[in-house]
Every structure is written in structure tokens, then in C-alpha cells.
Ligand binder design. Sequence first.
Ligand code: SF4
Length: 431
Amino acid sequence: MNEYDSKAVGDLLNSTHGFEISNNPEDADLILLNTCSIREKAEEKVFHELGRWKKLKEKNPNLKIGVGGCVASQEGEKIAKRAPFVDLVFGPQTIHKVPLLLDSSKENSLAIDISFPKTEKFDVIPKKNDFSPSSFVSIMEGCNKYCSFCVVPHTRGHEISRPLDDILEEVKHLSNKGTREIVFLGQNVNAYKDSETLENKKKGLGLANLIRQSAEIENIDRIRFTTSHPFEFGEELINVYKDVPELVNHVHLPLQSGSNKILKLMRRRYSIKSYIEIIEKLKKIRPAISISSDFIVGFPGETQKDFKATLDVVDEVGFDESFSFVYSPRPNTTAKEMEDLVTYEEKKSRLYKLQEKLTNNAQRISRRMVGKVERCLVTGVSKKDPSELQSRTENNRVVNFGDSDDSLIGKFVDLEIVDSRSNSLRGVLVQ
Ligand code: SF4
């Protein structure tokens, strides 16, 4: 979501002020930091980075510095107390106001707007005009779930869905520019609703309807969505996997913990049983579907038994590449007030065990792909070797292959997987 927002701010400043992206902060007239506050470590990095930019401002007093995103929303004017050289502060919902804030910023005073106006930012940010084989499309913002560990409802506000027609128009525009894969984005995309489907929200009809209509758009051949919540992963959404082949054979469905006791303390609103039921239904429709997840280890009250339950679910589901972190207390969340008796060393040790298991699973899946032919979307030139191209499989694996024909970028190719490496696969073009 931050990548999407950052790109939008860049495009907006290009259209209003003629700014262009610089890869070198020393050359910049304006430096913006789009921040994440999902974990304490990410938040600390913000102030560390600002400390480095302070020196640039000492050399160039005309340089403007801005902070956006969730840390900006959470800290507000307090940012200027720790970093008084910051000129503007904006929240995730006010990225469209950056040009105005920039114009109104003056020496020794902070221009700030961290409000939550509805979806007006989507009316203001310009349409993406550059070609990208895969494009993000934001469909909703914010979250009402208030999971006990999560800062998002406090920093991004309550759920707001974009009108269906606006999203479809953006998808058509991207398709005309050559995009073949759409990734629908939102803090909880299952909660997406358009006006017609308000009552059916819980069944996941809003997102299901959006996927079905997007799949009809010419040249849109792959659709992904992230992030989803098991609570609203209803029958309508599951049924889309039956009859919309454009919806990829991969789903990211955050589990967080394998213990019902911990899920309750996290206020996740589902049980292990209901989570497994969703997975079983998906596997019945798509037996080879790849499932990835998010995990939090060392949540307050997590015992060895609870942690073991998480490992057991990992074995049962056979998750593909997933994300896992040690629990990090966040401001304004209820979990922050819970008694936490597990030592940090123990939490790290649990994280290590979980990650080892997840990595082994993912590598096993990669090895199983060797010898098979995969339909891959060519996304660009290989990052490591510019004489090669890079592509992605349906389960989102990077496949590098030795072909420098740039005209393949943005096309689907069949690649035989010939090797599995730690972070990518190697493929050979099948004629
Ligand atoms: Fe945070 Fe996701 Fe829970 Fe919403 S559903 S509160 S974004 S963890």
C-alpha cells in the first residue's frame, strides 16, 4: 500500500510542480519519507533516516523534507519535536494534499494534515501513465476490525471502499497501457463493498463481484488481492475460484496464530476450525492452490503449547512463502496493556523455529516445481543480470531466464523450471 501511495505522490507532484524522481537524495529539492508503523522497529527507522537527512538540509537550506504514512498519522506534530527540520507531515489519507502542504510550508513552521477525508484522494491523484506488466489498484482503505495488536485502524482510519465504477475504470486504463496483472490492495480487501452489496458484505460479495467484473476486461489475465481476513472470506469469494481462471492459484490469508486462545486475545474473530474450513474449500476447488500467511510469535500470554499449536497448523496447511514476526507492542492498542511474561530470547527462539519450518515448506514447494512448465508473466529485466529477464509464476515465485528480448516484457511465456535457488527459480523458454 505504501508503494502504491508513494508512486501516486510522485505522479501528483510531477503534474502539479513538475518534480521528477531522483535516485540521489543529495540532488533532491524535496525528500518525502512514506512510513510504516506496524512494528516498533519500522517506526524507529523513520527517525534514524531523518537524522541522516538533517545533514543534507544543513548543506542545502532550500531542501524541503516531508513525512507521510502511518508514523506521520500516529505521531502528528510530535514528529517536529523530535525532528524540527521537517517541513510537512501528511497521513495515508491525505497524500493528495502534499502539493498544497508543500506550497504552504514556511521556514520554522510545520505544514500538517493527517485527517481522514473519505476517498477524495482517488479523485485527485493522476492516472498512472507508465507501462507496468503488473499494477496495484487500491480498492479500499482503513480497517474496522481493531485486532488487539494492530495500529492500522488508528493510523489509517475506518474502512472506506472506492466506488466500483472508479476501480473498473482504473483497471481498464491500466489494461490499455499494457498491464496484464492487477493486484487489488486494501488493509482488508474482503471488506470491500460497493453500494449494491452492502448487505452481502459479510459473504465477501463485494470483492467477488469486483474480481468477476475485472476479469471481463480485455487483456487482464491475472488477478491477485491482498490482504484478506479469514473472518470475511465467504462463500461468494470462494466460488470465484471455481469459475474465474484469471484469479491466481495463490491466496494470502493471514492466520497469525494456531491457538484459539491467542486468536481470541488477538480479537481475530475466527477459530482454527473455521480457518481450516476455508482452506479445505479452496483446495477442493483448486487442489494445487498455494497458501501463504502472516504469523505473530510471542503474543502476550502465548505458552509453549500455544506456539506448538501454530507449528501444527503450519504442518497441516503446508504454507508457501509467508511472513512472520515477533510481537511488537503498538501505541493505542489493547494488547499493549496485556501482561507479557515471555522473554525476548524465548520469542526470538520461537520465531527462528517457525521461520525454519516455513522456509523448509517453501523450498520443498520450489523443488517440486523443477521439471514442470509454468506460465509466467515477464515483469522486466533481471535485477541481478541485465542480460536476463525476470518473470513471475502464479504462486508469485520469481523465475529468471536467459533471454534479453525486451519485447517479451509484459507478455506471458511458458518456462520450464530447471533449478530452484533460495529466493528464485531458473527457467528455460519453451517454444
Ligand atoms: Fe489490523 Fe488487519 Fe486486524 Fe485490520 S484486520 S486491525 S488491518 S490486523
